[in-house]
Design a protein around this ligand. Structure first.
Ligand code: NAD
Length: 347
C-alpha cells in the first residue's frame, strides 16, 4: 500500500498505524499539519472495504481539518483518526480504550473527537485513558453535541452567501431547499424559518421530514426532487459529494451553502458552478461552528457569548472569500483553499 505516493498524500507530518490484539483494534491516525497548533479531528469508525480505503479517508479528512481550523482562525492543526470496524458490531469499551491509548501515545499532537460511527459516550470511554479528547459533555451536564453550533455557523455563512449571491441583506421570503434534516439540517431549518425564509425540505427519513415540514409550514419533497426545486438557495446537509456533474446542471438555485462535508464530488464541479453563475460556499468554512466550540472547550476561559461571536466570524471570513473570488474571477473554493494554505504556511 503506497503511502508517500498516495494520491491523497499531502506531506502529512505523521501517519500512525495502531493495532491491539486483545480488542481487535486496527486504526490509523493521520496528522496533516501542526503549524497552528495540535491536530484536532474526529474519530471515524467505519467498515472500510479495505485498508487502502481507510488510508484514503484518513489522509483526505485530516488535510481537510487543517483547512477548516485555519479559516476558522483556531490555534489548531488538522488531524483525523479511523478505526476499521463495524461501529454497531465491533465497538466495545476495550476497543475504545485501546484507541485512547494510541491517541495518548502521541502526547497531545493529535486530539480526537466524535465523527461518524463514534459518539459522545464513546469519547467518555476514550477519556478514561487520555486527556486528548474534545466533544465531551460540558459542565452543568449540557450535551457535547456540536450540531447546534454547526447549524448556527451555517446560518451565518448563509447570510454572507445571500448578500453576495442574491444581493439581499435579509432572508425574508428567500426560498431555501435543505437536503437532509438530521442534527444540523433541522436546527438550520428552524433558524431560517425564524428569519422568514420559505423552506423546501427533504430527507430519506420520511417520518421526521413530515413532522418538521408540518411544524414549520414547509414543503416536503422526495430526496430525488430536491435538486430541481424552484429555490434561491440549496443547502446540502446530508452526505458528502452531493454536488456532482449532473446535479450542477439541474440546480435552479443561485447559491449553495450547507453543512455537509466534501460537497463537491470533484474539484472541477467548483468551476462549473462558477460558470453557471451559482455562488458556492466552501463547505469547510460554513460548517466550522462545531469545531470552533470544541476548540473553546479546551480553554480555561470558556464563555458562551465569546463562542457564538467566534462562530459568527464565519460571515466576515466568507465576505472576504467571496469578494476575492469575484475580483480574481476564481471559484470561492479555490480562494478558500489558497487562503487556508497561506494561514498554515504552505501558501
Ligand atoms: P445526521 O446524520 O444527523 O443528518 C443527516 C440527515 O440526512 C439524516 O436525517 C439522513 O436521514 C439524511 N439523509 C441521508 N441521505 C440522504 C439523502 N440521500 N437525501 C436526503 N436526506 C438524506 O448528520 P448531521 O450531524 O446533521 O450532519 C450532516 C452533514 O453535515 C454531514 O455531512 C456531516 O459530515 C456534516 N457536518 C456535521 C457537523 C456536526 O456538527 N454534526 C459538523 C460539520 C459537518
Amino acid at each position: 500500500m503506497p503511502v508517500f505516493n498516495h494520491p491523497e498524500f499531502d506531506h502529512h507530518q505523521q501517519i500512525v498505524f495502531g493495532s491491539d490484539a486483545a480488542s481487535g483494534l486496527r486504526a490509523i491516525i493521520a496528522i496533516h499539519d501542526t503549524t497552528r497548533g495540535p491536530a484536532l479531528g474526529g474519530l471515524r469508525i467505519y467498515r472500510y472495504a479495505s485498508e487502502e480505503a481507510a488510508l484514503t479517508d484518513v489522509l483526505r479528512l485530516s488535510r481537510g481539518m487543517s483547512y477548516k481550523s485555519a479559516l476558522a482562525d483556531l490555534p489548531l492543526g488538522g488531524g483525523k483518526a479511523v478505526i476499521i470496524a463495524d461501529p454497531r458490531r465491533d465497538k466495545t469499551p476495550e476497543l475504545l480504550r485501546a484507541m485512547g491509548r494510541l491517541v495518548d501515545s502521541l502526547g497531545g499532537a493529535y486530539i480526537t473527537a466524535e465523527d461518524s460511527g463514534s459518539s459522545e459516550a464513546d469519547m467518555q470511554v476514550i477519556a478514561e485513558v487520555t486527556d486528548h479528547v474534545g466533544g465531551l459533555r460540558r459542565e452543568g451536564g449540557e450535551s457535547g453535541d456540536p450540531s447546534p453550533f454547526t447549524a448556527w455557523g451555517v446560518f451565518c455563512a448563509l447570510k454572507s452567501a445571500v448578500r453576495h449571491g442574491l444581493g439581499r441583506s435579509d432572508l425574508e421570503g428567500v426560498r431555501v431547499a435543505i437536503q437532509g434534516v438530521g442534527h444540523v439540517g433541522e436546527h438550520l431549518a428552524r433558524h431560517l424559518h425564524d428569519a422568514g425564509a420559505k423552506l423546501v425540505l427533504t430527507d430519506v427519513n420520511r417520518e421526521a421530514l413530515a413532522h418538521l415540514a408540518e411544524e414549520l409550514g414547509a414543503e416536503a419533497v422526495d430526496p430525488v426532487a430536491i435538486f430541481d426545486a424552484d429555490v434561491d438557495l440549496f443547502a446540502p446537509c446530508a452526505l458528502g459529494a452531493a454536488l456532482d456533474a449532473d446535479v450542477v446542471e439541474r440546480l435552479r438555485a443561485r447559491v449553495v451553502c450547507g453543512a455537509a462535508n466534501n460537497q463537491l464530488a470533484t474539484p472541477q464541479v467548483a468551476e462549473r458552478l462558477r460558470e453557471r453563475g451559482i455562488l458556492y460556499t466552501p463547505d469547510y468554512v460554513a460548517n466550522a461552528g462545531g469545531v470552533i466550540e470544541i476548540a473553546w472547550q479546551r480553554r480555561d476561559d470558556y464563555d458562551r457569548a465569546a463562542v457564538m461571536a467566534h462562530i459568527e466570524g464565519i460571515e466576515a471570513t466568507l465576505d472576504e472569500i467571496f469578494a476575492r473570488a469575484s475580483r480574481e474571477q476564481q471559484s470561492p473554493a479555490a480562494v478558500a483553499d489558497a487562503l487556508a494554505r497561506e494561514r498554515f504556511g504552505r501558501g
